[in-house]
Write a protein that binds this ligand. Structure first.
Ligand SMILES: Cc1cc2nc3c(=O)[nH]c(=O)nc-3n(C[C@H](O)[C@H](O)[C@H](O)COP(=O)(O)OP(=O)(O)OC[C@H]3O[C@@H](n4cnc5c(N)ncnc54)[C@H](O)[C@@H]3O)c2cc1C
Length: 402
């Protein structure tokens, strides 16, 4: 079968990879003019990591990634008020935990897709269904007729808007904003350490990256940012929201002035009644974004891609049954991750000084070997076992929705 995939981030290329490996044809359409570089850092573990291993990309991840050592929460004067050594946690995950730029993970997956047609600078304009085919009109004027269209185009998915309806019907704000940018030659490094300063409703952190760069992450509650002057630029809004913070925040904001590539967005989740409609399916953030608070969005996007490819293959092109099975297999896991993410909001941006003290206490408690071990096991456990689609593992029969 031939599948058109919109979005060459994490989930899109993973789907293309597995479709090709299972003997199907995929074509990718990405609106960015070229593969993205830079961007924010992600923590990567669990089933996503297992899949990366099956795809043979772990060496590439190890080459570009970081084995983080420490988490330091500092006060206005840079003194540590809470902290944790993350090495024992990685050991507990048998070393299967890495931090890497999202763009580097995406590029490793894309390289593994070698041979899959990928069109950059192209998006989708219109979608129409025609019995057992779907027709798509692309922004470059080309028309494609395929067996399935997949929207892997992220939180603000265009495919979802065209086929399922406007974003506001499905997006739930978690009441925070996030910004991320990179600075070159920022003088303080603290290699392999997440260093952060939090005050009620606002969080700023920095991580030293390869090549003399530093990643800066800003998270704040929506009420701090909203209500500014009309047409305020993101940088101006961030300066207004974070401008009175101490520690290194004035220097980090100063550095932001010269940044061209600023990531800035609401922190949201996506909740849809179904991840497919006719011959269009969604995956990753487009289908069920859990937000950065889940810390596992890339793994989820990869798992969804793998299961979607596997179910399409397993049902030999019976697209409606394959899509129903894809969703039924994954929805409970994804819902649980979304729920857990909401509980994690207080970690980045506790509302009050008491909330912040509780957060610091929790981090210090987590650092105790016995407690940390138990909590980590619970926090990172995946309830799902990945099916083995290649070796025809006997498939558990699922109760599919009518
Ligand atoms: C600050 C931050 C920190 C995060 N930290 C973590 C973390 O620690 N661990 C983790 O696992 N996850 C983390 N995440 C979440 C993770 O990045 C996402 O869940 C994951 O990237 C989702 O993958 P995806 O393929 O669905 O979408 P994306 O990776 O967003 O890819 C979507 C792709 O579609 C393209 N696109 C968009 N619109 C169109 C269009 N109209 N036409 C064509 N192409 C289009 C985009 O350019 C992009 O290439 C974090 C997110 C943020 C914002």
């Amino acid at each position: 079968m031939r599948v058109a995939i919109v979005g060459a981030g994490i989930g899109g290329p993973t789907l293309a990879y597995w479709l090709r490996r299972l003997g199907h044809e995929a074509v990718l359409f990405e609106k960015a003019p070229a593969p993205r570089t830079g961007g924010y850092l992600i923590d990567f573990w669990g089933l996503g990591y297992d899949l990366a291993e099956r795809m043979g990309i772990l060496p590439a991840l190890t080459e570009r990634g970081y084995l983080m050592q420490r988490l330091r929460m500092v006060d206005a004067n840079g003194r540590e008020e809470a902290g944790m050594n993350v090495v024992p946690l990685r050991r507990q995950l048998r070393g299967r935990f890495i931090s890497i730029a999202r763009a580097d993970l995406a590029s490793a997956i894309l390289r593994a897709c070698d041979g899959v047609q990928t069109h950059y600078g192209v998006s989708v304009d219109a979608v129409t269904e025609d019995h057992d085919r779907v027709r798509i009109a692309l922004t470059n004027g080309v028309r494609e007729t395929v067996d399935l269209l997949v929207g892997a185009d992220g939180l603000h998915s265009k495919v979802r808007e065209l086929v399922f309806g406007p974003e506001e019907r499905f997006e739930t704000s978690l009441g925070c904003y996030v910004a991320a940018f990179r600075l070159r030659d920022y003088p303080r490094r603290d290699e392999l350490t997440y260093v952060s300063h939090t005050i009620p409703k606002r969080h700023v952190s920095r991580v030293a990256l390869h090549g003399g760069e530093t990643l800066v992450l800003l998270v704040c509650r929506s009420e701090v940012l909203e209500g500014g002057p009309p047409r305020e630029s993101p940088k101006a809004a961030l300066r207004r929201a974070f401008g009175d913070m101490k520690w290194e925040v004035p220097a980090l904001l100063e550095g932001m002035n010269d940044v061209d590539d600023l990531y800035f967005d609401r922190v949201s989740q996506v909740h849809l009644p179904h991840w497919y409609s006719g011959r269009t399916a969604l995956l990753g953030d487009a289908a069920a974004c859990a937000s950065l608070l889940a810390g596992e969005g890339t793994g989820l996007a990869m798992i969804e891609a793998y299961v979607l490819a596997g179910e399409l293959n397993r049902f030999s092109g019976d697209v409606p049954r394959a899509l129903a099975s894809y969703e039924a297999r994954l929805r409970p896991t994804v819902k649980a991750k979304q729920k857990a993410a909401v509980r994690f909001r207080g970690f980045f941006a506790p509302r009050t000084a008491i909330g912040l003290a509780v957060r610091d206490l929790a981090v210090n408690t987590f650092a105790l070997p016995f407690v940390g071990k138990r909590l980590v096991t619970r926090a990172v456990r995946d309830e799902l076992a990945l099916p083995d689609y290649e070796h025809g593992e006997s498939m558990q029969e699922l109760h599919l929705p009518a």
